[in-house]
Structure formats: C-alpha cells, structure tokens
Write a protein that binds this ligand. Structure first.
Ligand code: 5RP
Length: 221
C-alpha cells in the first residue's frame, strides 16, 4: 500500500471516530500537514454537523475555508471538543515529535486547550523511542544563536531551518542527536531556555487517542 493511501485511510478513520461525538455546537481543532489535509478534505463533507473549526496554521485555515468550513479564532471558542492532527514520530506511550511542517506552536496550544487530542498517522511514524526525526524548536529570531548553544549543551546538534519564518514570525532550529528517553522532562527543559517559544515534543499534552493506519488496517488506541 502506498503511504498516501495509508495517510488517507488514517484520516478517514479519524472522521468516522469523531463524527458520532459532534453536535451543532462543537468546535473542531484542526492540525497541519499532509495527513491532516486528508482529514480536512473529509471534514468539509460533514461541515453541517459541527459549528466551526479552530486551525493551527494559515495553510489549514485556507484549506478549511475553501471547503466552506467556518474557522474561528481560539479566543472565540468556548471549548474545543476534539483536536485532530498528524505527527512526525509517535512512541508506544503516545508522546510525539511534531513540527515538521513548522506549525508546532499553534498545534501545541490547541492540543493543550482541547478536550480530546486525536493523533492520525501511518505506521511509518511509529518508533520505539523519539529522536530519529530532528526535533523542531521554534525560537524568537534574536535568540537563535543563544538557543542553539543551549541545545548543544543538552547534547543536541541544531540546524537553522533556512527560509522558513513561522506563522508567528519566528525561526526553527531542527535538532538532531538529543536523547529523548524521558520526553516529559526534555520537553520542560527545552521550554525553559530563554527565547524558546515551543519545542516539538508533545508529551505533557500527549494525544488521548491514536489512529494509526498500516497495510493490515487501521488501529485505534
Ligand atoms: C506540522 C506537523 C505535522 O503534523 C507533521 O509534520 C506530520 O506531517 P505529515 O502528516 O505531512 O507527515 O507537526 O507542524
């Protein structure tokens, strides 16, 4: 099975999973990335079953609005019933690395604000331990060099993601070589570096539900 077919299968299974939970007042949180794009396309078809979406990126907002889904600011959302997003890596305890698409800050805010976080992936994203995928760290531009040196002190090897300015006007350091055997602690440690806006470890607010597609079918846990 092609990877695009697996992403689509996971996204469509996520729609089937959330649809019975939706009502006319529901606000749906929407992530960013190629897997999430399949989710958005399927969400457009059931747009009459919920009130509005909150979105984690300008790109997802444009895709949602093109399909007729109303997108509101998170500040205007009394509650976010469910948030659906992809990941770059997921480990058995459902801690994630995210941010390959550069939308990690808004993604992490919605993951923290939602009532249920549903992660949709194909099984190539499943790993025993996080860290093969370079960890994205969003940084205020003036702090880039200082944060890079601090990440080296933590054992990392950061690379400036050239030519990307995030939706929040910041830059990204993709960091290889970190030992992520304790995702919660490393997430906090990196958050504590002055100038870091967000890091791509999603452990403190990890998904409640994982929807993972493989050639053997879709598995929900
Ligand atoms: C964007 C993300 C994406 O969810 C992550 O990069 C996975 O993307 P894709 O579904 O395209 O593999 O975190 O910031």
């Amino acid at each position: 099975m092609k990877i695009e077919d697996l992403k689509k299968a996971a996204a469509e299974a996520a729609i089937a999973y959330i649809e019975p939970k939706l009502n006319p007042d529901s606000i749906v949180g929407v992530g960013t990335g190629s897997t999430t794009n399949y989710f958005i396309d399927a969400l457009g078809a059931i747009r009459h079953k919920f009130d509005a979406a909150v979105s984690s990126s300008e790109g997802s907002t444009a895709r949602l609005e093109n399909l007729g889904v109303r997108v509101i600011n998170l500040n205007a959302a009394p509650r976010v019933s469910v948030y659906v997003d992809g990941a770059d890596e997921v480990e058995p305890g459902k801690a994630l690395i995210k941010g390959g698409g550069g939308a990690l800050t808004r993604e992490k805010i919605i993951a923290a604000a939602c009532e249920e976080f549903v992660c949709v992936v194909d099984n190539t994203k499943f790993v025993d331990q996080l860290g093969s995928f370079p960890l994205p760290v969003e940084v205020l531009p003036m702090a880039r060099s200082f944060v890079a040196r601090s990440l080296v002190e933590l054992g990392g090897d950061p690379t400036y993601r050239d030519s990307l300015i995030t939706d929040n006007g910041n830059v990204i350091l993709d960091t290889q070589g970190l030992n992520i055997d304790d995702p919660d602690s490393l997430e906090k440690a990196i958050n504590n570096i002055a100038g870091v806006v967000t890091n791509g470890i999603f452990a403190i607010n990890r998904p409640n539900t994982l929807v993972m597609a493989s050639a053997d079918g879709v598995f929900i846990s």
